[in-house]
Design a protein around this ligand. Structure first.
Ligand SMILES: [Zn+2]
Length: 86
């Protein structure tokens, strides 16, 4: 029965509005460190939506678009073009 209690404690419901917005419950925002302005990324895992802090951004301009990973960093295509022209 303990397992059921843990599942209930970790569940909250929300309603998606017509623009696709949903309020992340405060408890989860706090636990995940989501503050006002936190960049997040969305992904699908086994048919479930996963929201996490955006981990990869361009090391130069901070962009989240068209990233190319180099080692454990990332650079966007635009900055990569600029680097190539140096
Ligand atoms: Zn960039």
């Amino acid at each position: 029965m303990r397992r059921v209690n843990i599942e209930k404690r970790n569940r909250r419901t929300g309603i998606v509005d017509c623009a696709g917005r949903v309020i992340i419950p405060k408890r989860f925002r706090e636990e995940c460190g989501f503050e006002d302005g936190t960049k997040v990324e969305f992904s699908m895992l086994d048919g479930n939506l996963v929201i996490r802090k955006a981990s990869l951004t361009c090391a130069i301009c901070g962009s989240l678009e068209e990233l190319i990973e180099i080692e454990d960093k990332a650079v966007c295509k635009e900055c990569l073009k600029k680097i190539k022209n140096i």
